[in-house]
Write a protein that binds this ligand. Structure first.
Ligand SMILES: O=C(O)CCC(=O)C(=O)O
Ligand SMILES: [Fe+2]
Length: 355
């Protein structure tokens, strides 16, 4: 390509095979299942659990309605997010992410070594989260991370915290249903890892309009590392999911007030590959900015992630060796900051099985 024709910085340009196919226009359909979380005499927990099981197995993604999150809280939070991002770069950079603490504002994130066309604001669901001090497996030291809050808009912190509390309740509800769908009687044994010491992160994404949407991605293809991701998106659309049956990229249709849920790497390992953490990416457009708000439900740093005992047996031996969740995340951020390091993936923990 002639460099003169580039209207976006070359750091954003995707390799040809990963660029989005924008033509012919592919309208978002509702192929990704939508699940009603309400329970009634005609719709028992058992029904719900079986719908979740098939969505997790077939797609790794589903949308939920009647999820119990207050729509007023969501609307207040969305409004505050827009006010924050509408400020000048200079203002936003006052709460910029720093090397040792990946919270706050950032507009230079890479996925697979290509820059994403987005701005983010991140905050920890538990202010004062324990995190491994380094990615070195022999280093047992911890550090405590605290959020960076902007002064504007007024009440931003309170609105973010109120919203995160609602999302945490939904995350616990979904985790329980997913574990029931894997044959566990409840989430009791695992719940403890998702309380005060959870490493969960709430992200606010703004994808600005882009003059060359055919060359870039809002977020490059990736899988999420946590247990679950619960995402609110606005009406613009842009999220695409890799369909398991044929590897095609399928747009996820925006449904007002619904949440998109996807299985992360932790659930893939727990389920011993019954459920898969599915690849997804974000396509941008030349006209409209888009907002999305993922809640990454992460266990405590000390959790050892491995296939659940209830899932494995002699016919289905564990496909993974256990790994430490905190070190996994620390290695991920080390890889993102140092482009020569290959990002750690759960397949690095695959067990060598006897044939
Ligand atoms: O904005 C979206 O729709 C998805 C974002 C995403 O996949 C991520 O931040 O991990
Ligand atoms: Fe993601």
């Amino acid at each position: 390509m002639d460099q003169d024709t580039l209207v976006v910085d070359s750091s954003f340009i995707q390799p040809i095979q990963h660029r989005p196919k924008l033509y012919p226009f592919q309208p978002a359909t509702d192929q990704v299942p939508t699940i009603d979380l309400s329970i009634s005499p005609s719709r028992t927990t058992q029904h719900l659990v079986s719908e979740i099981a098939s969505a997790c197995q077939n797609w790794g993604f589903f949308q939920v309605i009647n999820h119990g999150v207050s729509l007023e809280t969501l609307a207040r939070f969305e409004k505050a997010a827009k006010l924050f991002f509408d400020q000048t770069m200079e203002e936003k950079r006052k709460v910029k992410r720093d090397a040792g603490n990946a919270v706050g504002f950032y507009d230079g994130e890479n996925t697979k070594n290509v820059r994403d066309w987005k701005e983010v604001f991140d905050f920890l669901v538990k202010d004062g989260t324990f995190f491994p001090a380094s990615h070195d497996p022999n280093d047992t030291k911890l550090k405590v991370l605290f959020n960076h809050w902007p002064e504007y808009p007024p009440g931003f912190r309170e609105m973010c915290e109120e919203y995160a509390r609602e999302l945490e309740l939904l995350a616990h509800k979904l985790l329980r249903l997913i574990l029931l769908s894997l044959g566990l009687s409840g989430a009791d044994g695992l719940k403890g890892y998702f309380n005060d010491e959870q490493m969960s992160l709430m992200r606010l994404n703004r994808y600005p309009p882009c003059p060359s949407p055919d060359l870039v991605l809002g977020v490059g293809r990736h899988k999420d590392s946590g247990a679950l991701t619960i995402l609110a998106q606005d009406a613009v659309g842009g999220l695409q999911v890799r369909r398991k049956s044929d590897g095609q990229w399928i747009p996820v249709k925006p449904i007002p007030n619904a949440y998109i849920v996807n299985i992360g790497d932790v659930v893939q390992v727990w389920s011993n590959d019954k459920y898969e953490s599915v690849e997804h990416r974000v396509v941008v457009n030349s006209e409209k900015e888009r907002y999305s708000f993922p809640f990454f439900f992460f266990p405590a740093h000390h959790m050892m992630v491995k296939p659940l005992e209830e899932v494995v047996d002699e016919q289905n031996p564990p496909k993974y060796r256990e790994y430490n969740f905190g070190k996994f995340i620390a290695s991920r951020s080390h890889g993102n900051e140092n482009q020569e390091v290959e990002n750690i993936q759960i397949h690095h923990f695959r067990a060598r099985l006897h044939q």
